[in-house]
Design a protein around this ligand. Sequence first.
Ligand SMILES: Cc1ncc(COP(=O)(O)O)c(C=O)c1O
Length: 505
Amino acid sequence: MSHPASPPEDLEAPELAELGGDTLDPRDWGELRALGHRMIDDMFAFLETVRERPPWRPVPREIEAQLRQPAPSDATPFAEVYRDFTKLVLPYPNGNIHPRFWGWVQGTGTPFAMLADLLASGLNPQMAGFAHAAVIVEQTVISWCQQLLGFGGAGSGLLTSGGTMANLTAVAVARHALAGFDVRAGGLQDPACPRWVVYGSTETHSWARKSMELLGFGHRALRLIDVDDDYRISVAKLRARLAADRAAGLTPLCILGNAGTVNTGAIDDLHALADVAAEHGAWFHVDGAFGALAYLSLDHRELLRGMQRADSLAFDLHKWMSMPFEAGCVLVQRPGAQRDAFVYHPAYIAPTARGVAGNPSPFADLGIELSRGFKALKIWMSLKAHGSDAFGAAIAANIRQAQALGRRVERSARLQLMAPVSLNVVCFRYRRDGLSAAQLDALNQEVLLQLQERGIAVPSGTTLRGGFALRVANVNHRTVGADLEALAQAVERLGDELGGAPAVR
Ligand SMILES: Cc1ncc(COP(=O)(O)O)c(C=O)c1O
């Protein structure tokens, strides 16, 4: 029976076997191969000499205009397109691969992981997760992450684009695991749905607010509890808020702990939070975006005591594990909880008993994404090549550098430490007697911009209780102590230079 939408039979149409194709493969493989070798050589030279260039410089207007061209319909030779890259993109990097970049929390990447990414793109598997070797690689990487962070192997995990996705996924799992009704069917409109609330400190990263909005709780249901002088959540205030909320008929869903806050690197009392969560039957989630990886350093893992009591943990391998973007990870301890929150098999992707779709645990069952790239390869190859101890050593070096910068700041009459150095984040600023709080804020904002624009170094900025601060978040395996000494000297020099400038009123 012919389908009603079938086009009428065309007697002129060629037979199927006579039809050609329009491949995007190169006509001349040898030419593209030679270009590929050149690209790799150029990129190695670029990485090897990274220290000789400024970390950052603005994209000039004429370069921007050349980048913002209409979509091309005609072909350009590969070599010319590559030349455009070397002229228009390569000279204007974000800066995070440079040894004097400590802005936000942006990892550095490694040359070997770059090569692994190339291989992953060449192989180009769809990582929803069918029956192929790349799936076993990702499952192995998840198992390695569990082992390296002291988590049991009974739970599950997933590589994500980053920390935001990893944290969001964890809270979605918590919502499903604790609902007690079919939240996947009825959602928050189900009559059985309680008025849920989630708790974290005022230092919790913005992923939490966005996730509350996206999961339908609304960000008003995110209770941001005050922190102590060390920027750690006040457990007493958390308890008081929980009691008040319960009395008002609200249900605590999840307690969020920070293992390294984004602002200052503070680590909450994770044992105390695990206790509070257990007392209230709430899920305990730890955001360890960068801090969790300090567990790889034997000298520092004690700082993270209690982390393994988390029901779920989010962290980023593209931060302190130096993987090229993107590589986040969520681990869930409760067996089956992650899959129960997401599994769904419509007919067109149903697993089969054997064959390509014959894998019982595809990654699409563990999160919201279906199409996923082969992020696991760079992690698998890097851990094999360097060994986990090398990552632990790089992390320990960053922490020691941060502590030494903190001491350097405290010794200087012209610098002021703005928060305790708990881990790898140093918040400080230029100070001078006789300037008002607003003048000091403006002066330090200008110091920050000039550090970046003069190509000296890239810290970022934040506002703490004491006012505006320069913020050094050190996850950089290329940094040596002299880089941070150069930063401290530059802040003193720029502060002196700008102290009387008109920008400061
Ligand atoms: C503590 C913390 N949590 C979550 C995130 C978000 O991670 P991502 O940028 O990978 O989404 C960050 C980013 O810096 C962070 O520092």
